[in-house]
Design a protein around this ligand. Structure first.
Ligand code: ACO
Length: 339
């Protein structure tokens, strides 16, 4: 195990402390959705594995969930907000186009005049975030970066579109990325992030400048999340499989060397298809999609936090995480937990 004086660690990895997650209290079951649109529990469970998802309360926004996880992550990492050097938020459902969720959080946490910004890599947000914080940590050895992944997708689903509204839920997770050693922290051993902008139309979430609004006129369907499910499914399976194989190969590892596989929680059939291609199944695959649906950028850190709480990630474990989302974006990361 490298220690903190090992300069190779500076470029190769970073430590994730205080990984904490939060989901809203309101549960929306498949039966609830049957009352809103032409769907049913048996179709949703058989095609997606999803039984329920969480929904933000009416008076809350994405930044409110972000604040909950930010405070919890700082507390568990044993840090004060004023010690942070950066706050970075991965989201495609921020409170507003401007200001960023990260700036709202910096203000509410009392973090002072630090660098704070949002970025959008859709469901791959956590993995893109890990890549970003590794770069920042190699530039500044003393950086202490709060990485927040937060999504309020129930605010952008079209409840009349049964092909998408059944899939998504709200949630948040955060961690503090630094070189501070603490027992049970994860070390990021490798991250590989990729994209295919030629297929940007497969998944879209409206609300930007391409949506033209007039005061007093209702918004149209372009305001909401739209997805070509069939095409997305094919690319998701292919790309997550490829990127996992690439990360394992460049680290001289095989799937049998991985203790827990944590795929993006979009759809149980996608998880099983990727698992089958990689040769991993059963207890070594973490899933919580039945209870939360697809929480986009929050999906992987939420799964990691729960896997740790459930004792599925033990000291010394090697974890392989992979995600796929709008953009298109995808990626994979190898994490190692301190023995
Ligand atoms: N309830 C009942 N019937 C439905 C529903 C529903 N909720 N949704 C669709 N159907 C119907 C369709 O209308 C269609 O009926 P038809 O044959 O009479 O026309 C039939 O079911 C089959 O529809 P498909 O879209 O072909 O269903 P499919 O088996 O492909 O499953 C699904 C759809 C679950 C969306 C799947 O394609 C999928 O999971 N895609 C990937 C989604 C994903 O992973 N997204 C990740 C990225 S998201 C992001 O980045 C924000």
């Amino acid at each position: 195990m490298s220690d903190l004086t090992d300069s190779s660690l500076l470029n190769a990895g970073c430590r994730l402390a205080g990984l904490r997650a939060h989901t809203p209290d309101t549960v929306v079951t498949n039966d609830d959705l049957e009352k809103l649109t032409d769907t049913n529990d048996s179709w949703i469970v058989s095609r997606t594995g999803i039984r329920e998802r969480r929904k933000l309360a009416d008076g809350e926004n994405a930044s409110d969930m972000g604040l909950v996880v930010a405070r919890r992550a700082l507390e568990e990492a044993g840090m004060e907000a004023r010690e942070l050097t950066h706050i970075i938020t991965a989201t495609c459902t921020q409170d507003a186009l401007c200001p960023s969720v990260a700036c709202i959080l910096a203000g509410k946490l009392g973090a002072g005049p630090i660098m704070a910004f949002d970025f959008n890599a859709a469901c791959s947000g956590f993995l893109y975030g890990l890549s970003l914080v590794r770069s920042l940590l190699s530039e500044n050895r003393e950086a202490k970066i709060l990485l927040v992944c937060v999504e309020a997708l129930t605010r952008r689903v079209n409840w009349a579109d049964r092909s998408t509204c059944v899939l998504f839920g709200d949630g948040a997770a955060a961690c503090v990325c630094s070189r501070v050693a603490r027992k049970n922290d994860a070390i990021v051993d490798d991250v590989l992030c990729q994209s295919d902008g030629t297929r940007n139309g497969l998944i879209a979430v409206g609300g930007g400048t391409a949506c033209r609004y007039d005061i007093g006129r209702p918004v149209g369907p372009e305001f909401f999340l739209r997805m070509n499910g069939r095409e997305t499914y094919k690319h998701a399976v292919r790309r997550m499989t490829e990127v996992c194989e690439a990360v394992l190969a460049r680290n001289g590892l095989a799937m049998r060397d991985v203790d827990l596989f944590v795929p993006h929680q979009a759809n149980i059939r996608i998880i099983e298809a990727v698992g089958s291609r990689l040769g991993v199944e059963g207890e070594r695959v973490f899933t919580n999609v039945a209870h939360y649906g697809n929480t986009s950028s929050a999906s992987i850190p939420l799964a990691l936090a729960q896997a740790r709480e459930q004792g599925r990630i033990r000291p010394g474990c090697r974890v392989l995480a992979t995600a796929f989302g709008g953009g298109l974006t995808w990626g994979a990361a190898l994490l190692r937990y301190q023995p």
